[in-house]
Ligand binder design. Structure first.
Ligand code: 6PG
Length: 459
């Protein structure tokens, strides 16, 4: 069934994420138009929605498939609101170009894909020339989140975001106070920038968890026992989505063996972690653990010719020498979560300062409390830590102790430790670096006892 000028919102791109977002919108009593270039996807989604309605007779919304873009656009109430969820990069520009044939001034395009924030910035200015309002909206939560409640990070045109916010609030996850995990993140590319940094934090925490898993494996523990450790770790501030799925993963068998043991150890990435590192360099943010986590994935495709039996060279933690092993693990992972979050926030704060996006970091932390991949109880305490000036990072002792007990590679745990050490250091040895720079290149230095720039004085 089709309707004209009646659908409240449209979704273009019906791969799993787009299809699930559309179902989520329709399940919240909205009239949703859907379009996909390959028609069979539209038909499949209509069937799925029909089933959703059979299973949930209380649903009042509607989901209507269109076979051509023009009738899809014409079916929307004005100002039209079109969500696009296609592969980031050129496909987004292609869909926007096609939509421009039918959209009118004042209409709103919402890019809910994992777009690069620089593309979002460019699209914003290109579309504003055509009086089309553009929203770059980060979406986190994977397929399940898209269907049941993601964290939504919209940024860009303020009025446009205000117009779509009631819809986003309906479909978003809930924070710890039961408020919707969405907000106007900020102007320009703020939404996609914040989502990108979310992913950088995601990479770092994931690698940190993998390193703990490796340490436990190195102790000779069985997958069953390791799973039990992760179950225990998933508590207090560390109660989190990523630990929850780790427990599920470690409990999954494939025949008689654990599925995880059958998976090749070469980690892939779609790019958002790397973009975060680029942004860190661009805005001068200190994000070593995010960088290490990106390179840990690259490093996992290591050159096979160097490989030797790791049991011959890696020493392992000897469990019987550690009385408080569980507490050490907890503290170490706590340090990983904390350092990863702080690095991400720092990067957002620096970019925000330079770009004037108007991002409220407390709001960012709040909308990450539900639905997204990096959600954890830590986010309840994080604003207090972030805003304080006299934090003592007690996790460091445990991190050091665990690392001392082994020589397995722990790039993220080590860099989180170094990060916490560095940001607390009353002084660093970089006075010597400055001296060397000035010595060989007259690059100047600042003095602790006088204002201004100085050069020379070397004997
Ligand atoms: C999310 C995720 C998601 C991301 C995947 C895969 O917040 O839902 O961040 O957007 O695409 O996690 O990312 P990689 O392929 O780069 O690991």
């Amino acid at each position: 069934m089709s309707v004209i000028n009646q659908n409240q919102i449209g979704v273009v791109g019906l791969a799993v994420m787009g299809a699930n977002l559309a179902r989520n919108l329709a399940s919240r009593d909205l009239q949703v138009a859907v379009y996909n270039r390959t028609q069979s996807k539209t038909e499949d989604l209509e069937k799925t929605w029909y089933q959703d309605q059979q299973d949930n007779p209380s649903y009042q919304g509607g989901l209507y498939g269109y076979q051509d873009l023009e009738s899809f656009v014409m079916s929307l109430q004005r100002p039209r609101k079109v969500m696009i969820l296609v592969k980031s990069g050129n496909p987004v520009d292609d869909v926007i170009d096609q939509l421009l044939e039918y959209l009118e001034p004042g209409d709103i395009i919402i890019d809910t894909g994992n777009s690069n924030w620089k593309d979002t910035q460019r699209r914003l200015s290109q579309l504003s020339e055509k009086q089309i309002r553009f929203v770059g909206c980060g979406v986190s939560g994977g397929e399940e989140g898209a269907l049941r409640g993601p964290s939504l990070m919209p940024g860009g045109d303020l009025e446009a975001v205000q117009e779509i916010l009631p819809y986003l609030q309906k479909i978003a996850a809930r924070d710890f106070q039961n408020q919707a995990c969405t907000t106007y993140v900020g102007s320009g590319a703020a939404g996609h920038f914040v989502k990108m940094v979310h992913n950088g934090i995601e990479y770092s925490i994931m690698q940190g968890i993998a390193e703990i898993y490796d340490l436990l494996k190195g102790c000779g523990l069985s997958t069953e026992v390791i799973q039990k450790h992760f179950k225990d770790l998933n508590s207090g501030l560390l109660e989190s989505f990523l630990l929850e799925i780790t427990v599920d993963i470690l409990g999954t068998k494939d025949g008689d063996e654990y599925l995880v043991d059958k998976i090749k150890d070469q980690a892939k990435a779609k790019g958002t972690g790397g973009w975060t590192v680029e942004a860190g360099l661009e805005f001068g943010a200190y994000i070593p653990s995010i960088a290490e986590s990106v390179f840990a994935r690259t490093g996992s495709s290591r050159n096979q010719r160097f490989i030797i039996n790791r049991d011959e060279i890696y020493t392992h933690i000897s469990l019987n020498k550690l009385t408080n092993f569980e507490e050490l693990l907890h503290q170490t992972l706590d340090g990983v979560y904390l350092a990863s979050y702080l690095q991400g926030l720092d990067l957002i704060a620096l970019a925000n300062q330079e770009k004037n996006w108007g991002i409220d970091l407390n709001e960012v932390i709040r909308i990450w409390q539900g639905g997204c991949i990096i959600r954890s109880r830590y986010l309840e305490k994080l604003p207090q830590i972030w805003n304080s000036t006299d934090q003592e990072f007690t996790q460091k002792a445990a991190m050091k102790m665990l690392m001392n007990g082994t020589n397995t590679p722990t790039p993220v745990i080590s860099s989180c430790y170094n990060y916490l050490q560095t940001i607390q250091a009353q002084y660093l040895p970089t006075n010597l670096t400055q001296a060397q720079r000035d010595y060989f290149g007259a690059h100047t230095y600042k003095r602790v006892d006088q204002e201004g720039d100085f050069s020379g004085g070397w004997s």
